[in-house]
Structure formats: structure tokens, C-alpha cells
Design a binder for this molecule. Sequence first.
Ligand SMILES: Nc1nc2c(c(=O)[nH]1)N[C@H]1C(S)=C(S)[C@@H](COP(=O)(O)O)O[C@H]1N2
Ligand SMILES: [Mo]
Length: 440
Amino acid sequence: MPEIESKNSNYRDEPWSDRNLSNYYVRAKEPFNAEAKLDGLVEHFITPTERHFRRNHGPIPNISESDWSMTVEINTIALPSARCGTQTVTFRDLSRLRQFEVVAVLECAGNRRDGLKAIKPVNGVIWGPGTASNSQWGGCRLRDVLVAAGVPADLCDPFYETQRHVEFAAYGEASDDIHYASSIPLDWVMNPLNMVLVATEMNGQRLLRDHGFPARIVAPGIIGARWVKWLKYIRVQDHESSCFYQQRDYKILPPMANGSNCEDFWSRFPALMELNIQSVICRPTPSEKVRVNKPYLARGYALSGGGRAVDRVEVSLDDGATWDLARVYCITAKGGSTSSSSTNSSSSSSSSTNSSTSDDDISSDSSQRNWAARQWSWVLWSYQIESVPPNFTITCRAWDSGGNTQPSAAVWNYRGVMNNAVFHMKPQLVASKGSQFDTK
Ligand SMILES: Nc1nc2c(c(=O)[nH]1)N[C@H]1C(S)=C(S)[C@@H](COP(=O)(O)O)O[C@H]1N2
Ligand SMILES: [Mo]
């Protein structure tokens, strides 16, 4: 394999046997950056690990479970009442804590960066829409790890005005700093509803090295950049991570910021945290040939951040002049499935699509929202087109429980992050047999 002959010795120990390259578009080999092919991505509600995108800023560390440990440090200024100091946590220590599972979508903030590059040059790996995947993550709650290290379990102090953060740093090298590190607010972590995990499992198995073995952060509803892999330390402190990936990356800079003046802007704008509302058409793919005058089942995914639920997905066949409702599928954590928001009730939906998602109409009354519940998972959607017109274009947009929808045009920013413009697709068309349609 040419991969093994890497010139750079840091990349001589990459887990190539764990990478099924036929499922990916590889955007860079060193570091390994690969996005999922879209048609395969919507075949399963829970993305099989071999189809989950991979996003790295350096070589993949190779650490055995028994050799691995991380430190948990509590900064005394941030938490004067807590026991302070540094503790070492092993893999066995993690397995002794109560174990949880959460189905959560992991999306890179650079997902769909190609749409911003089409406007003006951007800085970063050029991704299409294949850097979002939905997994079942297992491990212990980060809040329990912190409580075991001395953070008060009922942390809630309305008069404490210092921002407190939990910083995560990784083993291994990163391209822009001494290591990969990032942070999120302590209050977010301590809220048990937010399900921030120190994850050791993905889809019922040990994490793959590419996904952070032995342990990574899972921060549902938050951009992928904060889901630090190969954990080396966790630190409670009274300031954000000072790492490059918190301070000089993963921010939406204003439109006048560019490669020559961005230094003036980094400190003035906040680090990104929650994902925004997003939807993508996965079928048809740009290379697929769609038959004119035949039925077609369009499919895709939609997601939002911060625990906000995707309330509906809308599809337009006339470039956004009029919209119709797509059928939305979401399997709930209890293993039940719900399906809602369909107007084109004649559609036979997933029965014809090899989908592992169930289309049983256990329709919930979506007007009765449970406001305590949060949605961390993506939803899949489908839309039945009875007869593909000769000028076929398809557009989708989603709405979330915060009332947010997607902008009708992409808004450029220098780092090319958070592109959630309404998704347009103009498929390749072929004439069906007996049709008068001319493909020219
Ligand atoms: N240590 C480390 N953690 C990391 C990264 C990294 O390069 N190094 N990349 C981050 C980014 S930007 C994303 S989108 C996710 C990707 O996770 P995955 O490779 O498991 O899909 O991991 C995050 N955690
Ligand atoms: Mo990312």
C-alpha cells in the first residue's frame, strides 16, 4: 500500500486496515481527512462506523487501553470550594463509573465548506456535505468524572460571574499547536441533560483509533471540533482553552476579515459552540443519473444544535418559490420510531429504499412538545416525486425548535465554517425508455 511508504515518519503507523476507502471521498491523506459518500450515508439511521467521516489535524496516536491514562485537573481559582489538584484516571476507572449511551450526530463545523469556497477562497480542508454522521456513543458522563475529581455535583451559583470552562487536550501532535485542545463551558458539562460523555464506545464497540481510542469527548449538539479525541487531560479552569483550535479557528469572522488581516479579528469574536440548523440532499447524488418522467424518492439528513429538535424538513421543486413537507424519520432513544410531517401520504417511503429506519407510523402528536427533552440525533427525511420533470431541481431546508431555518444563500466567512445555506441539487437527467425527453 502506498500509504505505508509515507515520507513523514509521523504517519507510518496509521490505521489503514480500519479505513474502508470505498465509502469515502478522501480529502487529505496526511492528516487523514475523509468524508462519507452521501448515498451510503442515508442508508442507516445510525451511521455504521465504517461510513463515519474522519477528521484529523495530525497523525493518529497508537495507545493501548492498559497504557492509557488521563489527568483531571481542577483549577482552584475557578472553583474555590472544590477539592483541588490533579488526579490520574485510567480506563478501568472510567469503566467503574455508571455507563450511559446517547445517539448523537457529530458534524464538523467545516461541513459544506465547498459552498463557501465557491464564493471566495477560504482556509481549511474543502469538504462537501459528508462530514456529518449519527452514532450511538457509550461511556461515562463527563460530569461524573468531574464530580469524582471534586467538582460539586450541584454546581449552580447564580452569583458566580467568572466564566468557567472545561478544557480537553489530546495525545499526539497537531498541525497548528503543541497538541489538539479545546474547551466548553463547565455549566454546560455539569447539566446532566446535556449528556456530555467521556466516550469509550461507538456503535456498541470500542472506539476505533481514528475516532479517539481509548477515550474521547462526546458533546452532543456542539460542533465536532470540541469532541476531542485521544484524551490526555481534562482541566477545569476559569478561562477558555488558549489553544489555536479554540482561539484562531472555528469562529465565524465578519465578512471583511481575510487571510491578511484576520489577526485583528480572532480575539473579537467568540469560539463556536452549538451547531446550527442544517439539511442536505443525499439522494440524488451529483453523479447519479435520474430518469425523467419516472418516480423518484429523494432522501437526506437534517440536524440542529444545542438539543434543538428538527421540527420539519421542506422540499421545493421550483427553486424555493413553493415548499412541500418531507417525511421525517427519527428513532428515539427507547428504540421506538416516530415518523411525522408528511403531506404526500401516497409515498411508500423507506420500504423501497433499503433503509434500516422503520417507517411504521407510530405518529407522535408533534404539537405536544416535551420541552425538557433534547434532540441530539439527526433525522433522515424522504420526499416522493411522482414524476421527475425535465427541468428537475430539488431544494431542501429544515426548521428547528428555536424557529431557525436555513439562509437562502451561503454567507461567506474566512474560515469557511457553519455553511447551512438552503441545499440545492440539480441532478443529471436521463431520458426514460419511450420518453420524448432529450437529455441534451
Ligand atoms: N485530538 C483531536 N481531536 C479532534 C480532532 C483532532 O484533529 N484531534 N478533530 C476534531 C474535529 S474538527 C472533528 S469534526 C471531530 C471529528 O471526529 P471523527 O474523526 O471521529 O469523525 O473530532 C474532533 N476532535
Ligand atoms: Mo471539525
